[in-house]
Design a protein around this ligand. Structure first.
Ligand code: DX5
Ligand code: ZN
Length: 235
C-alpha cells in the first residue's frame, strides 16, 4: 500500500510482430508487471490472446505476468493459465457468485500465484465483501472491458476510493489496480484516490517514446499519491 505506484503496460496495445522488443522496452523503462488481456468473445465482444502467449511471455521476461481474464468460464481455464506461468490472475466478479469467487481465489493461491478480482464500471464494490480479505488485488475497470484506447470514464476514481475504504473497513490491504484510459492526465486522479497499480495500453505503446511515456505516467501518479497521503495526514 505504501510502495510507489507501479505501471502495468497492457501488451494488447503492443506491436505483436515485435513483442519481444516491446517487452524488453517496458522492462527497461521500469514497468512493474506485464498486463495480459485475455478476452473470449463472450464476456466481452473482442477476442485476443490465451495460454500459448502466456507460456511464451514467461520465457521472455522476468517481470510478473498480470493476467486479466475477461472470460465467462474462469474456473475451467484457471489451471491452464496458472500452469503457463501467470504470476497474478484476475477474474471478473460478474461471472462468479460468492462461492465461485472463493474457489477461484483458492485455486490461484494453491498454485502459488496472486489473486485479484475485477469490477466492471457498473458493478458495485459490495460484491467484493466475501473475498476482500483473501485477495491480493482488486481491479477497478475505468472503461467497459473489451478494447484498448477508450476514454477514461469520469468519476472512476470515486470507485477506487470506495474499494480502498471497503478494504480498510475490514482491515484488509489488497493492492488496487485501475485499468482503462489511464495516461498522464488521468493517472493522478486514480493514484490520489488510492490506486497502487495502473494499467496503461495506448498511453505507453501508442506514444512516440514509450519508455518516456511510462516514466511520465508513473511520475505524475506518484506525485498525486504522495500529495494525497500528506493531505490525509494533515486532516
Ligand atoms: C480493456 C483492457 C485494458 C486495455 C487498456 O478491456 O482490459 O487492459 O487494453 O488499454 P488503454 O490503456 O489503452 O485503455
Ligand atoms: Zn486489462
Amino acid at each position: 500500500m505504501f510502495e510507489p505506484v507501479k505501471i502495468a503496460p497492457s501488451i494488447l496495445s503492443a506491436d505483436f510482430m515485435n513483442l519481444g522488443r516491446d517487452i524488453a522496452l517496458i522492462e527497461e523503462a521500469g514497468a512493474g508487471y506485464v498486463h495480459v488481456d485475455v478476452m473470449d468473445g463472450h464476456f466481452v465482444p473482442n477476442l485476443t490472446m490465451g495460454v500459448p502467449i502466456v507460456k511464451q511471455l514467461k520465457k521472455a521476461t522476468s517481470l510478473p505476468l498480470d493476467v486479466h481474464l475477461m472470460i465467462d468460464n474462469p474456473l475451467e481455464q484457471l489451471p491452464w493459465f496458472l500452469d503457463a506461468g501467470a504470476d497474478l490472475v484476475t477474474v471478473h466478479a460478474e461471472v462468479l457468485d460468492a462461492d465461485g469467487l472463493a474457489r477461484a481465489v483458492a485455486s490461484i493461491h494453491a498454485a502459488g500465484a496472486k489473486a485479484a478480482v475485477s469490477l466492471k464500471p457498473r458493478t458495485a464494490p459490495g460484491v467484493l465483501a466475501p473475498v476482500i480479505s483473501d485477495v491480493d488485488m482488486v481491479l477497478v475497470m475505468s472503461v467497459e472491458p473489451g478494447f484498448s484506447g477508450q476514454s477514461y470514464i469520469e468519476g472512476s476514481e470515486d470507485k477506487v476510493a470506495r474499494v480502498a475504504a471497503l478494504a480498510r473497513s475490514v482491515g484488509a490491504s489488497p493492492l488496487v489496480q485501475v485499468d482503462g484510459g489511464i495516461g498522464e492526465a488521468t493517472a493522478p486522479l486514480v493514484a490520489g484516490a488510492g490506486a497502487d497499480v495502473l494499467v496503461c495500453g495506448n498511453a505507453v505503446f501508442a506514444a512516440e517514446d514509450p519508455a518516456r511515456a511510462l516514466a511520465e505516467v508513473a511520475a505524475a501518479a506518484e506525485e498525486a499519491r504522495l500529495a494525497a497521503l500528506a493531505a490525509r495526514k494533515e486532516a
